[in-house]
Structures are given as C-alpha cells and as structure tokens.
Design a protein around this ligand. Structure first.
Ligand SMILES: Cc1ncc(COP(=O)(O)O)c(C=O)c1O
Length: 450
C-alpha cells in the first residue's frame, strides 16, 4: 500500500500555504537572520525542520512552547531529549538562578559535583564519574580512554548508530558488508575502515566475527537504537555483547543519552545490564549543557594509573568549561527533583497513550506502518513490522512523507523531532497533549489513505 506521490505533493502544497499564512513573524526573523547565519539558523541542522522557514520560539514552558507568531505548540520533540524533563522545570530554574549569582565556572569542584556523581552512580551502577558539556564529548573521552588502557585502536559500533558528532561513529556497512562512510559524513578525517568496525544491531554472529578480527578497544552502543527509529534488542543480544567484550578485553560503553527514557537508570538499571562505562547527557541538567561518563572502579583505576599528573590537561580529554558549577547545580536539581523515579510512570503512560493513538489510526485506515514504544519515547516507521537492525530501519525512511506528516503536525500546533517520527513525553505532558497528536495523526493518515 504505497503513498500516491501526486496526492502527497498536493497535500504538501496545502500545508506549506497554511504555514506561510500563519507564520509571518517567523518569516520576518528568518529574512533578517539569513544575512548573518546560513539558512537563518544558529546550527545548520535546524534547517531540517519542515516548512519553508524555521519556527522561531518566543518562550517554552513545561511541554509547550509559543512561537513568535503567538501560536501555542505541544512539544513532543523536547529538544530531541535535551528537554525531556519539560522546559524550564522549577527546581532546575531555581538551582541555576542561585548558582548563576554564585559563580558559573572556576575550574574548581563544588559540592554539587559530588552529589551529582553520587546520583548517577546509584542509577547506573558504576561508581566513578566525570563531567563534560555534551554527550558527544563524553563519548569521545571514553573512546580515548578505551584506546589508552587496551592499547587497541578500533571502535565497534552498530550500523546506523548515532552517538553525537564522534568521528569514529560515522560509518555504515555497504551492500557487501564493508565499512564505508555514512551518507552525508562531512569532512571525514580518515577512511572510517581505519578506525571503526560496524555490526548490525541484534546480529550475534556478525558480532562474533567482528571481535575475532582483534584490535577492538571498545564497543560503543545504545542499549536500544533510538536514532534510526527505535530498534529494540532481541533476547540474548546484550548477554552476547557483554560476554564478547569480556572475552576479547574490549571496554563495553553503553550510551544512555536517549534510553534514559526507559527509567531513572535507563535500560542498564531496568534490564540489569553491566557495562564497563556509561555515557549520558542532554536531559540530565534540564537542558543546561552537561554530559557525563561513568566507569567501574576497575576501569577507572586502569585509566587513572595510565595518566601522569603532569600531562593530565593536554592529553585530549578535557574542556575548560567541563564540570562547571552551573552544569553541576543543574544536574543535582534535575535528577534530584524533576527526573525522579516517581516521574516515570506518568511519562511512560503518556507514551503508551500516544502509541495506542497511532496504532488506532493505522488500524482504521489499514496502513502498513508500525509503532514502537520505549519507556517515555515512541516512534512510528514506514515499515510493516518492527525493524531488527539499523539498516532495515534506514531503508524504510521516506523524507518526503515524513516532511508532510511533520508539517501537518506543526500546522496543528504539534512539534515532532525533525530527524525521525519520534515523540517524547515529559513529566509535564498531559493526556490532552497526547490527544492532540492522536487527532492530527488520524487526520494526516486519513488524508493519505482514506
Ligand atoms: C545516543 C546519543 N548519544 C550522544 C548524543 C550526542 O548528544 P549531544 O548532541 O548533546 O552531544 C546523541 C544525540 O542525539 C545521542 O542520541
């Protein structure tokens, strides 16, 4: 049951016209901003939002934001997880307001740092933590440490993974199983085959083969893939990954930056996983830049004993602003008072309602797409069944169709993540917010298939 492309084009034209009529203030800002920023945006990927120009934000609070044209939106993107705790939650705002007046960055530790590290240790089960400004940077640090302590060079990642702008991870498999640059990889420093081994998610046989080649310093994985749709792990996958890392002396790094949607200690806590290192970022400080990586005591000792104090500042892991007082105050308040264990059941329930709403429309119109929920996150894809690995999910991508659905949503006051068909629930997201999406989705699917 394919989408009629000429029908899609005329529906899209209607949505573009509606967007243009309703967003003159955003347009005016766009025209002005283009003079000093490419595509009128401070970061080029913001150009990927649907519509002929970006929506400029006036203010955001809880699960909503208002644009400069005065339109209220339900925000189901939530900064692609940076605002999963809702926009500007009161405890985080209070903590950062206090800290701003008391000093933002000194390159000295604060009490908040120890408290925040303790909270992460309790949630993710590894005791030793360090802080960065982004999850990207936390991943970079863990890759460097892994190479340092193992003496090996290569990073094993999943086909179509995303871990931030980490050079080693922009690799995919071609049709012959060879490691190649991921499509769109900008200015790659070297052929990724030199740095990276790529394995399809859930493929234990491929994993075994990859490890047998040797030279793998670490495996960097999300516990469920979340950046190419949601791909859930099959039974035995994590056990095999753990066992092979141990057998081959590779560091197992689990990146929980997105999968913290599954519970307060992510999938590690929920499913009893046992990595050597954990990476997290985005929402832990309520959107104030912060990332973190944690290690087992054993790994931490190996890392620490391999670094001389004299060289500690110029070894390639660092950042003057990393671990600053403001980020740490924000993490302490956000984890301690907002993203608590008590907040999760409601967030997950909202995601269940969203999933059911999507499924109901698919059933009503007999549309062969699927929807997957992972805790407080859910996503539909243009596949008849849940994807098994990243390549399968990637091949189902349909940019034109996605742009239509996202613009349809935006025109009805609903923001979806621009990179995929994902919705995220915050503690502030209400049943009515979800119902608004259900109504839009039914209408949009009906416009294509009824
Ligand atoms: C799993 C995962 N890790 C790391 C990152 C990088 O986060 P940031 O862009 O905040 O550095 C992302 C970003 O989407 C991510 O999805």
């Amino acid at each position: 049951m394919t989408v009629d492309r000429s029908r899609l084009a005329s529906l899209m034209a209607e949505e573009v016209a509606r967007f243009e009529a309703e967003r003159p203030a955003s347009r005016a800002l766009f025209e002005r901003a283009k003079a000093t920023m490419p595509d009128g945006v401070p970061m080029l990927w913001m150009a990927k939002w649907p519509g002929p120009w970006p929506v400029y934000v006036e203010r955001a609070q809880g699960a909503h934001f208002t644009c400069v044209d005065g339109i209220d939106h339900v925000d189901l993107c939530l900064g692609d997880t940076g605002a999963m705790v809702g926009h500007s939650p009161e405890p985080t705002v209070r903590a950062i307001s206090d800290q701003v007046a008391k000093g933002i960055t000194t390159m000295l530790p604060t009490e908040d740092a120890a408290v925040a590290a303790g909270m992460l240790a309790e949630r993710f089960g590894v005791p030793q933590w360090q802080f960065t400004l982004t999850a990207t940077d936390a991943n970079r640090a863990m890759i460097r440490y892994s190479r340092q302590v193992t003496g090996k060079r290569k990073v094993l990642v999943m086909d179509y993974c995303y871990h931030g702008s980490v050079d080693e991870t922009f690799a995919t498999l071609d049709g012959h199983g060879e490691v190649v640059e991921r499509r769109g990889n900008i200015g790659a420093p070297v052929d990724p085959d030199m740095t990276t081994v790529v394995v399809p998610f859930n493929d234990v046989e491929a994993l075994e083969k990859a490890f047998s080649s040797g030279d793998i310093a670490c495996a960097l994985v999300e516990p469920a893939m979340t950046n190419i749709g949601i791909v859930l792990p099959e039974d035995g996958w994590h056990e095999a990954l753990r066992a092979l890392c141990t057998e081959h002396g590779a560091i197992l790094i689990i990146d929980e930056t997105h999968t913290v949607c599954a519970g307060p200690g992510g999938m590690i806590q929920r499913d009893g996983l046992s990595p050597d290192a954990v990476v997290i970022g985005k929402t832990i400080a309520g959107g104030i830049p912060a990332g973190a990586y944690g290690m087992t005591s054993e790994l931490q000792q190996r890392v620490r004993s391999s670094i001389h104090l004299e060289d500690i500042d110029v070894g390639g892991v660092g950042g003057t602003l990393a671990g600053n007082a403001l980020s740490l105050a924000a993490i302490r308040a956000t984890l301690g008072e907002v993203l608590t264990a008590e907040a999760y059941p409601d967030m997950i329930q909202r995601a269940t309602e969203w999933t059911e709403g999507v499924q109901a429309a698919l059933d009503e119109f007999g549309v062969p797409w699927q929807v997957t929920q992972l805790g407080a996150r859910a996503e539909y894809s243009f596949l008849p069944h849940a994807p098994k690995d990243g390549a399968e999910a990637a091949h189902a991508d349909d940019f034109e169709l996605q742009q239509y659905l996202h613009l349809h949503a935006l025109n009805r006051g609903i923001l979806l993540t621009p990179f995929h068909n994902m919705a995220l629930m915050s503690p502030a997201t209400t049943k009515a917010d979800v119902a608004a999406h259900t109504a839009h989705f039914r209408e949009a699917v009906g416009s294509l298939y009824a």
